[in-house]
Design a protein around this ligand. Sequence first.
Ligand SMILES: [Zn+2]
Length: 160
Amino acid sequence: MEDTPEIEQQDNELEAEIKDTDIVFECTNCGKSIAIDYHGAGLSVSCPDCGTSLQVPIPEVLELADLDEIASYESELAQVNEALVAENDTLYAELQETKDALETANTELEELRADKLHLEKQINDLSIAIKLIVQQVTTIEGNIERMKETLKTYTSVKEE
Ligand SMILES: [Zn+2]
């Protein structure tokens, strides 16, 4: 249910209570002067005197004062908008800086990962080399043992 604004009767004693924002019009039937809050523009109301159904007129032109108010509001809005754009630029620049810092950190991390892989490979290569050396030492030790045996045999043959 839409609530219809209350009709304010324009009797002489009530005339002082009519607000600047009220719409004042006359009944098309009895000529009664009717004042209604501007929110009632375009709504259907009944004349408080004769009961005729009337449509509250919609004001066609805005008052000069309203236009001044709109102009000042618009300039305020423009200022707020300008401030917002400046704020936005600052935030964007900060965001860009953060993004760059993150990219640098990420690149450094990638480099560290590559270094780690390289070091792991070197450690692996070294341990393989150490195993090979240990095998060679074992082989050499075996050879030395065999040479000793051969020498012992040779010496004992010579002594006989
Ligand atoms: Zn009337």
